[in-house]
Write a protein that binds this ligand. Structure first.
Ligand code: DX5
Ligand code: ZN
Length: 221
């Protein structure tokens, strides 16, 4: 299917003093999703932004809201994020003791359920819950900061995941998060990726609209 590979600009790299402008830019672009990074300063060594900011984003965003929780004990906030407009809610494998229960709770709250894997976490750990996961976010940098370099081992992980998804007849999407640029977008999709998150590469470029369009074309050609 053409144009079925998705681009998700990461708002972490937006200009927070001009947030509405940047949200409208994404609304009018070829992007598919808004990627929203929530960090608690405990699971990752950084704090991003929280509920009031997401609430403000949700008032203007006209596309799917993909929330990536980099927080400990995410179960506490599942209903809060549903109320704030999250369409996809992704928790970290490393932050969940009862992942299966967490996934069911996310779906019961009306959202798609995602699981993110740190670079050191082996994809095989998801084998027994793959049927319950709508999206797997493969971290291609260590979570916590934008603007880091892409970890090359990601291609291998994506290939392994794709094989597992096909073997299990699951419909899970594979998302790549961190260091995505025009240099790796096409290769990532070839390896099996469905959603590409891009923060710095989009928002720090001279022309974010055309950068998004370039990524969309690279992912779909
Ligand atoms: C990192 C975040 C990413 C980040 C990506 O912890 O999860 O979503 O915003 O930023 P870039 O594209 O700049 O690597
Ligand atoms: Zn993210």
């Amino acid at each position: 299917m053409k144009n079925n590979k998705l681009i998700a600009p990461s708002i972490l790299a937006a200009d927070f003093a001009n947030l509405q402008r940047d949200i409208e830019m994404v609304n009018s672009s070829k992007a598919d999703w808004f990627h929203i990074d929530i960090m608690d300063g405990v699971f990752v060594p950084n704090i991003s932004f929280g509920m009031p900011v997401l609430d403000a984003i949700n008032k203007h965003a006209k596309k799917t809201i993909d929330v990536h929780l980099m927080i400990v004990d995410p179960d506490r906030y599942i209903n809060t994020f549903a109320d704030l407009g999250a369409d996809v809610l992704t928790v970290h494998y490393e932050a969940c003791t009862h992942l299966h229960r967490t996934l069911q709770a996310i779906k019961a709250a009306g959202m798609k359920a995602g699981v993110a894997l740190n670079p050191h976490t082996n994809v095989s750990l998801l084998e027994d819950v793959i049927q319950d996961i709508d999206l797997i976010c493969v971290m291609s940098v260590n979570p916590g900061f934008g603007g880091q370099s892409f970890i090359e081992n990601t291609y291998r992980k994506v290939g392994q995941l794709k094989e597992m998804i096909l073997n299990k007849n699951a419909s899970t999407l594979i998302e790549i998060d961190g260091g995505v640029t025009d240099k790796n977008a096409h290769e990532l999709v070839k390896a099996g990726a469905d959603v590409l998150v891009a923060g710095s590469f989009v928002f720090k470029s001279n022309d974010p609209l055309s950068t998004i369009e370039d990524l969309k074309n690279l992912a779909n050609n």
